[in-house]
Design a protein around this ligand. Structure first.
Ligand code: UDP
Length: 253
């Protein structure tokens, strides 16, 4: 499928104009960044795995009538998506304390939270995506109260669904980050899940060994980053094995 003009290039993905009005092509790069771009690397095959894992999850979510921007995967690195206006929030949902909440509130990493907690960060790289409250979001018009209600309801549904999906393959969903967009359909505007869901945006721990199967392997220099992502894909039944041959062949495209 012919790609149009490049519209936006982010840290891990590029967006191009799509073949039809109202569509975009989302391209998954191998680039990895952490700590607000201070740490960078190219991880061979990461984009291919995230494309496949995000396709799998978005398809399952569409199947349970959770609206997403995902239309279809085009090839190993690209997917066709609906064009949306991104709501400038990173929506984090946590089940177990890890990362910034553990540090910020002095909770031991790995401690179960009393209930699932949703946090909002304002999407602004220059500011390091600061944590904000619903007061900030409505006062500065980043989203309406109705949109916040929809976002919370959808995020909790995604959390329940993904917690079960991953538990079924021996993985604990510690936390994840999602983004939403406004989909304009004539006079109507709907809030839909956008961006990606992949080991770049989730914390995934093996249920028996506690091994990290996510981007923390990169953040904390644990090595074996793409092997861990391939393990997630293998357990979900997306790829057959972690032997690497398949990933390398993905990379040819
Ligand atoms: N996360 C993300 N992008 C970001 C910040 C966080 O995908 O810019 C994800 C992260 O991978 C984790 C969850 O959101 O699954 C919670 O991250 P946290 O706030 O603990 O931040 P971190 O420890 O990554 O700084």
């Amino acid at each position: 499928m012919a790609k149009g003009r490049k519209i936006y290039e982010g840290k891990a993905k590029i967006l191009y104009e799509g073949p039809e009005p109202g569509t975009l092509i989302q391209y998954f790069k191998d680039d990895a960044t952490a700590f607000n771009n201070e740490k960078r690397a190219v991880l061979d095959g990461k984009g291919v795995l995230n494309n496949r894992i995000s396709e799998f999850i978005m398809t399952q979510l569409n199947n349970i009538s959770l609206p997403t921007h995902f239309l279809k995967r085009l090839n190993m690195r690209e997917q066709l998506i609906k064009e949306v206006e991104i709501i400038p929030l990173e929506v984090i949902c946590r089940n177990v304390a890890a990362g910034s909440i553990a540090k910020r509130l002095g909770i031991e990493e790995g401690a179960a939270l009393p209930r699932s907690i949703i946090e909002f960060c304002y999407k602004k790289d220059e500011l390091g995506d600061p944590l904000v409250s619903e007061e900030h979001i409505t006062a500065f018009n980043w989203a309406t109260s109705q949109e916040i209600d929809d976002i919370i309801a959808m995020t909790l549904r995604i959390n329940d669904f993904l917690t079960g999906l991953f538990a079924g393959v021996g993985i604990k969903l510690v936390d994840f980050k999602v983004e939403y967009g406004r989909l304009y359909e004539g006079e109507m505007v709907r809030t839909v899940l956008a961006d990606e869901i992949s080991p770049d945006s989730c914390r995934l721990w093996d249920m028996t060994t506690g091994e990290k199967l996510d981007k923390d392997r990169f953040r904390r220099d644990l090595g074996g980053v793409t092997d861990a992502y391939a393990e997630v894909a293998r357990r979900l039944g997306i790829i057959k094995d972690t032997a690497g041959a398949e990933i390398l062949s993905f990379n040819q495209e």
